[in-house]
Design a protein around this ligand. Structure first.
Ligand code: GDP
Ligand code: IMO
Ligand code: MG
Length: 434
């Protein structure tokens, strides 16, 4: 038991929220390290449904500390509304949430810039969540971003805000776009936001490192998934942050030497929202059946998720990038009705075998998946919490994934609720999570 990163191994929505919430109980702190309110992590606790966007799923565990790391971009309006809705559902947020003074602030102008860019004729649309995430990270990397610490320093904030926004207005005008934003009113609104979040802001890197020094444990919660990582994903059809394991260090200020394990979360199949190549996408009735059974509609935008078959080469790739010690396979129950389950075990392009993941999306789009058909179990696995109770063919499916990916499946999810989960006795997963 130590400090562990839990992150998505596909294109997001793997069920990270459920898994983080479930195992947060065993850690002292849960820390988010990248992304913003583009994330939608769904957690069911009995009849209650929570969709967490910016706040780590660990907040749902009473007494646990939740950290929003420096790697995030924060829309204060979205954050405050998330806090309010959690508190009205009886979750104690304010006392347990710590926000990095180095995280970046997202403004309505970022959404405007994104709308301009996504809507421009001739531009390939990424199919973003339209939350302004990309433009906010652009400002960060261009060294003109406004950080939470800057927002809290009113005088400095006013000057910096005016200068940054002036530039945006110039760009909008040059592109012939009439900005409808009332920049002065927004500035005043953000000054009010600052006062509301001030009590939760601190140097979270220091907080985490001190806690680790004192023997406390941290779970690092990834948002999005490795294939949406800005460096390692299907660029440019990615998000603008480091969703992979490396991002946990840069996004929280905790060194790699303080982290003891990495766990990937993968669906028993695969989904993607937005544009970009997807080698195993199922366009037929089977894809639709997965969508309906798995309720595969975006938690943030409500868009139907594209659905397809488990992709072994992709998992091998993301396991390498992240160094997975173990993976969690979620939504096994969604496959209950299939007689046969195709699994992609290799890639070919123009008849040639492909090793690894091509760097260019035009190449990925040409991939011809090589499928092997694995017998389905045609009986319900919904809610099974004990490995021995799984039907033999479901166990064979899991064994097949392990053998082909070379990664242990240490945990299996069979339903959205906490107790619908199997932890395999003696697994590396069990040792890491305790
Ligand atoms: P995240 O973004 O990775 O946290 O995943 P999402 O919350 O966006 O999407 C996963 C969805 O699947 C949520 O609605 C979960 O409640 C649901 N879910 C998670 N695990 C399981 C499972 O094992 N079986 C079923 N049927 N649903 C699950
Ligand atoms: P969670 O944490 C699935 C996708 C968008 C789009 C691309 C870029 O719930 O797994 P952005 O708004 O980030 O600039 O959009 O990334 N995307 C996600 N897809 N789950 C997510 O988060 C996502 N966050 C972003 O659909 O294709
Ligand atoms: Mg999601």
């Amino acid at each position: 038991m130590g400090n562990v990163i839990i992150l998505g191994s596909q294109w997001g929505d793997e069920g990270k929220g459920k898994i983080v919430d479930l195992f947060a109980e065993r850690f002292d702190i849960v820390a988010r390290y990248q992304g913003g309110h583009n994330a939608g992590h769904t957690v069911f606790i009995g009849e209650k449904k929570f969709v967490l966007k910016l706040i780590p799923s660990g907040i749902l565990r009473p007494g646990k500390q939740a950290v929003i790391g420096n790697g995030l971009v924060i829309d204060p309006a979205a954050l405050l509304s998330e806090i309010e809705s959690l508190e009205s559902a009886g979750v104690a947020v304010a006392a347990n949430l710590f926000i990095s003074d180095r995280a970046h602030v997202l403004f309505p102008a970022h959404r405007m810039m994104e709308k301009m860019s996504e809507g421009r004729e001739g531009k390939i649309s990424i199919g973003t969540t339209s939350r302004g995430i990309g433009p906010c990270y652009e400002d960060k990397i261009a060294r003109r971003g406004i950080r939470i610490a800057d927002l809290l320093d009113t005088e400095f904030f006013r000057a910096q805000y005016d200068s940054v926004m002036e530039e945006k207005v110039v760009i909008a005008r040059a592109l012939g776009i009439d900005s409808e934003l009332d920049l002065k009113a927004i500035r005043a609104e953000y000054e009010a936001f600052a006062e509301r979040i001030r009590p939760m802001v601190c140097d979270t890197s220091m907080l985490l490192n001190n806690a680790i020094r004192d023997g406390k444990t941290v779970m690092f919660e990834g948002a999005q998934g490795t294939m949406l990582d800005i460096d390692h994903g299907t660029y440019p059809f990615v998000t603008s942050s480091s969703a992979s394991a490396g991002g946990a260090c840069t996004g929280t200020g905790v060194a790699p030497t303080r982290i003891h394990g990495v766990i990937g979360v993968s669906k028993a199949y695969i989904t993607r929202v937005g544009g970009g190549p997807f080698p195993t996408e199922a366009f037929d009735h089977a894809g639709e059946l997965i969508r309906q059974r798995g309720k595969e509609f975006g938690a943030v935008t409500g868009r139907p998720r594209r659905c397809g078959w488990f992709d072994v080469p992709l998992l091998r790739y993301t396991a390498t990038i992240n160094g997975f010690d173990s993976i969690v396979v979620t939504k096994l129950d969604v496959l209950d009705e299939f007689d046969q389950i195709p699994v992609c075990v290799g890639y070919r392009i123009e008849g040639r075998e492909v090793c690894g993941m091509p760097s260019r999306v035009s190449e990925i789009a040409k991939i011809e998946p090589v499928y092997e058909s694995v017998p389905g179990w045609s009986t319900s696995t919904f809610g099974i919490a004990n490995y021995e109770e799984l039907p033999a063919k479901a166990k064979q499916y899991i064994a097949f994934l392990e053998a082909r990916t070379g990664v242990e499946v240490g945990c299996i999810s069979t339903g959205p609720e906490r107790n619908q989960t199997i932890v395999r006795p003696g697994s590396r997963f069990e040792k890491l999570i305790g």
